[in-house]
Design a protein around this ligand. Structure first.
Ligand SMILES: [Zn+2]
Ligand SMILES: [Zn+2]
Length: 477
């Protein structure tokens, strides 16, 4: 496994500078510390660790690049090269400024309609390529997103007409009829010759007449070829284990002091049996896949939806973007973190924090301070896979790590907390004692998990997501 110190990026220089700045006596003092909390406090007290200027750093939007990609996409679309047009329009969609939040206010004041409508126009153009590629599911999503983001009103009739046509292909006749009604309404705003307008009106009315005078309009089942199915989680073979809800009845989990926690077969296991399935506590996408896969669900993105602020990440849908709280925190520092060269283990540790608001950890503070974390393997309690304490209970292996290794990890944690402080994560927790408590708690969580992740990642190194509740190790004692 590649350690942080062997990776490219500025973190290794930062760590080296902090390490060099402390005396042998100070380092000896560090090596004698017994708890994670004490180690982190020690590192925070070092003057050299604050000799780093951490600033938000992320790849933003570029109207110029969006325009270039859109025009290149238009050329391909004109030549009926829809696949290449889709690729170029997607790049334009990702780069186009999204009129929302502060940015929206800014451009509203400067009243530049081109900037305001760029994102929506790129989406609308992409929807045309998707329509010809018969990717109706994505086409309708792009049209809705464009209509929600200031698509020019004089062109709206066109989008509604496209939407009506594809909904009728999808046998969604109620929505198709409504879209034709909208198309007719927005035709009044269109800038065109009278004859052309009448032509459009006649066409739309022909369809509306069919819907309104024909047999009862209803939605039929969407044809299978137009449905995007979510990934299928395989069924557990032999039924669900009564105590370990994520495991099959075919295995049981035991614990003893020599072996730690381990699985035993309760009955014969055949090749291909599914023994454990579970939602991961936290998961991160490999950096190499940032340009092709959804940050939230890891699906490949046929028609990517961008973050509203940066152009570093993609989502497969507006729904995935909306449910990615973690990215609203990580967004302003993402490229800083990538540039640091930190490992995927550290990203995973950070994600555990950024996927929940700080209030979640404040509420857990009492629980985390309990000295005797419950041993659940040998008692009869049901193992709740969504309980954060199960994760916290994973073994840290800190007793097997050298002082140098511990120090390196602690510096990483200080760096992560400093980076987090440049985001809105701690907003609203302004009182210094409150913030200190939260920082100390997060340090503890991050440090424990950095350890836990390293040992687990060695088990599941080929996966894009790492599940921490597969019972592979001992429990912390
Ligand atoms: Zn997704
Ligand atoms: Zn972002």
């Amino acid at each position: 496994m590649v350690e942080d110190k062997d990776r490219p990026g500025f973190f290794k220089d930062y760590h080296r500078a902090v390490r060099k700045a402390i005396s042998n006596d100070q380092f000896n003092e560090f090596s004698k510390l017994k708890t994670n909390d004490d180690r982190i406090r020690f590192c925070f007290s070092l003057p050299a660790i604050h000799d780093i200027d951490i600033k938000p750093y992320f790849r933003g939007k570029s109207e110029k690049e969006a325009l270039e990609k859109k025009e290149a996409g238009n050329k391909c679309f004109g030549r009926k090269n829809n696949l290449e047009a889709l690729r170029l329009y997607s790049q334009a969609v990702v780069k186009a400024p999204v009129p929302s939040g502060k940015y929206w206010k800014l451009i509203k004041e400067s009243a530049d309609p081109k900037k305001m409508t760029m994102y929506a126009i790129c989406l609308a153009n992409r929807s045309a390529a998707l329509y010809h590629l018969r990717e109706y599911h994505y086409c309708v999503k792009d049209i809705d997103e464009a209509l929600e983001h200031h698509y020019p009103k004089e062109l709206k009739y066109k989008l509604y007409k496209r939407k009506a046509r594809l909904l009728s292909h999808m046998k969604q006749h109620v929505e198709a009829r409504d879209a034709y009604r909208q198309a007719l309404k927005w035709l009044d705003w269109a800038k065109m010759e009278r004859e052309k307008r009448i032509e459009h009106q006649t066409d739309i009315q022909k369809w509306l007449k069919m819907y309104e005078t024909g047999k009862v309009v209803k939605n039929w089942d969407i044809p299978e070829c137009y449905i995007e199915h979510p990934p299928v989680i395989p069924e557990l073979t032999g039924g669900r284990n009564e105590r370990f809800l994520s495991a099959s009845k075919k295995i049981d989990i035991h614990y003893d002091n020599n072996m730690g926690r381990y699985a035993v077969a309760s009955e014969d296991i055949e090749p291909g049996d599914v023994l454990v399935t579970e939602q991961p506590f936290a998961s991160v996408l490999n950096r190499e896949e940032f340009g092709s896969h959804c940050q939230k669900c890891f699906k490949t993105t046929k028609a990517p939806i961008p973050c509203k602020k940066c152009s570093s990440v993609l989502f497969c849908s507006v729904e995935c973007r909306q449910s990615s709280y973690f990215h609203t925190i990580e967004c302003p520092i993402l490229d800083l973190l990538v540039g640091s060269g930190m490992s995927i283990n550290c990203f995973l540790a950070l994600r555990l924090v950024t996927q929940k608001p700080v209030s979640y950890f404040l509420d857990m503070k009492e629980k985390l301070n309990e000295e005797d974390l419950k041993e659940i393997t040998n008692n009869k309690e049901v193992y709740d896979p969504s309980d954060f304490m199960r994760l916290y209970n994973l073994v840290c292996h800190s007793q097997f790590r050298t002082a140098e290794d511990l120090f390196h990890r602690c510096v990483m944690i200080v760096f992560l907390i400093k980076a987090l402080k440049k985001t809105k994560y701690f907003d609203g927790k302004g009182s210094s004692s409150g913030e200190c408590a939260v920082r100390s708690l997060l340090s503890l969580v991050l440090l424990s998990h950095c350890f836990g992740f390293s040992s687990l990642k060695e088990w599941f190194d080929t996966r894009l997501e790492y599940n921490f509740r597969r019972y592979p190790g001992h429990q912390k004692k």
